[in-house]
Ligand binder design. Structure first.
Ligand code: DX5
Ligand code: ZN
Length: 233
């Protein structure tokens, strides 16, 4: 199968020149940009607070063609669907753990996924390293989910080390997706701690998010090529 595509995470960019950084990603051949929306409540740290809809709109103004994957690490994600569509988001990836407080988490997740689709965005679901991938299978069965974000670090900050637990989740998702009765079409994305060593471990995924590795590289296009070649070696 073909190697994963590489999606730069703007969390690691220089926020004082967001426009140039978006251009740098697109000029390096990126198609999907990963935008970490952290509310400081779901992650319970004032230091984790990141972007809101106004910043997403600013990023959209820098590139009309970029696919903007919004990784919503927020409480009550449903409130953000309208504003994030308005701001120019393409994909709304919410955290499974943010609906666990509901009486019926699957039902709540299905409502969110349906609303995301009604708003004309694609829906993604993200799971923390400690969450079992089987927990979201009923949601995936709905066919409403276009992306599964397998977190390979605790969400909140860039620059952490890759947790191997992601690798077996990729395999389980691949097996689940390929079931012979009704193949599903969601993409598998791995998020956190991706570098030339861990990209190889994650090579059966469809999308690898990389923040620190790409933005610390002196050539982003070389960085993307190096990550892809570590998946094909
Ligand atoms: C983790 C975020 C990731 C992060 C990845 O909190 O969800 O998207 O930006 O950054 P790196 O590649 O630095 O681990
Ligand atoms: Zn993320």
């Amino acid at each position: 199968s073909s190697p994963p595509i590489i999606s730069p995470s703007l969390l690691a960019c220089d926020w004082s020149k967001i426009g140039e950084e978006v251009r740098r990603c697109m000029d390096a051949g990126a198609v999907r940009l990963h935008v970490d929306i952290f509310d400081g409540v779901f992650l319970d740290s004032p230091l984790a607070l990141t972007f809101g809809p106004q910043m997403v709109a600013a990023i959209r103004r820098c590139s009309q063609e970029a696919i903007l994957d919004l990784h919503m690490c927020v409480e009550r994600p449903a409130r953000y669907i309208g504003p994030m569509k308005e701001a120019g988001g393409t994909t709304f990836i919410f955290q499974w753990e943010s609906v666990l407080r509901e009486d019926n988490p699957i039902k709540e997740a299905l409502l969110i996924a349906a609303s995301v689709r009604d708003h004309g965005m694609e829906c993604g679901i993200s799971i923390n390293p400690s969450t079992m991938v089987e927990d979201i299978f009923p949601l995936l069965n709905s066919g409403l989910v276009a992306i599964v974000d397998v977190l390979s670090v605790e969400p909140g900050f860039g620059g952490q080390s890759f947790q191997d637990v992601a690798v077996e989740k990729i395999e389980k998702l691949l097996r689940f997706r390929e079931r012979r009765d009704s193949p599903l079409e969601f993409k598998i994305l791995v998020d956190g701690g991706i570098n030339t060593e861990t990209a190889g471990l994650s090579k059966r995924a469809d999308i690898l998010v990389a923040g620190t590795y790409l933005f610390q590289h002196n050539s982003m296009s070389d960085g993307i090529k190096e990550l892809i070649s570590s998946c094909t070696d």
